[in-house]
Design a protein around this ligand. Structure first.
Ligand SMILES: C[S@@+](CC[C@H](N)C(=O)[O-])C[C@H]1O[C@@H](n2cnc3c(N)ncnc32)[C@H](O)[C@@H]1O
Length: 232
């Protein structure tokens, strides 16, 4: 499947929403649910004071904001310049945080420069599975040996019917039409394909269910990746 939908423009416009939660695509998510999501990310990435963290597809930079006080350095990167500007403004209080343009397939970051990498709800906006394979190679390139990555909230093609059922339950006809058109424009990468692309890039990987406290868990999964240390 390939899509030429202008996701960069879509997210660039979302950056103007009146809250960071809404700009990140979580307009109907409660603060408590978002805190559960943050706890889930921390559970996987376990931020340490020595960590250099890459938040790729950072959106408004909320995960960078919560990690910056805990780690050595955070770099937030996004394809949409409007999101980069928003993330930079949100990260302004933190001297150890930076924000810049960068894509999943070409981060522009040095080889083996990060201990933790977060890619939260981004993989599905790539144009094709071939781009996803490039993205995995790029992640493996910027991860240090021993680094951990979390590619969260990936739509699962085998659970697509559950997303369709959610959309059909929406009483608003226009919203249903809009949501139905959007699910045609995202990449639905299976767990097996994702693990296989990770392995081809030299990463160990396993899929895990999404945080059960979110509505996304019904049709999404997370992928935890690890770059092995040579000889171990
Ligand atoms: C659903 S939002 C998630 C934002 C943030 N990760 C979060 O969970 O709060 C998706 C973000 O991914 C960005 N994005 C989409 N495609 C991208 C790509 N190929 N490389 C980098 N960022 C991308 C969008 O601009 C948008 O900010």
């Amino acid at each position: 499947m390939t899509t030429d939908y202008d996701w960069q423009g879509f997210w660039g416009r979302k950056a103007n929403d009146d809250s960071a939660l809404s700009a990140s695509g979580r307009g109907s998510t409660s603060i408590t649910t978002f805190l559960h999501i943050v706890a889930d990310v921390f559970d996987v990435l376990k931020p340490l004071p020595s960590d250099h963290v890459l938040d790729l597809g950072c959106g408004p930079g909320m995960f960078s904001v919560v990690m910056a006080p805990l780690v050595a350095r955070v770099h937030a990167a996004d394809l949409a310049p409007e999101m980069v500007a928003l993330a930079a403004a949100n990260l302004e209080p933190y001297a150890n945080a930076t924000a810049d343009g960068g894509s999943l397939t070409d981060t522009g970051q040095p080889l083996e420069s990060f201990d933790k990498v977060l890619v939260y709800s981004v993989l599905q906006y790539l144009p094709s599975i071939e781009d996803a394979a490039v993205a995995f190679r790029e992640l493996a390139r910027v991860m240090r040996p021993g680094a951990v990555g979390f590619l969260a909230a990936n739509p699962d093609p085998y659970l697509r019917h559950k997303r369709v059922a959610q959309i059909n339950a929406n009483p608003n006809k226009e919203a249903r039409k809009h949501e139905r058109s959007l699910i045609e424009q995202i990449l639905w990468i299976s767990r097996v394909e994702a693990i296989s692309m990770a392995a081809d890039s030299g990463l160990e990987a396993f899929a895990r269910g999404e945080n059960r406290l979110t509505s996304q868990h019904e049709f999404m999964y997370g992928l935890v990746v690890h770059k092995p240390i040579a000889g171990t």
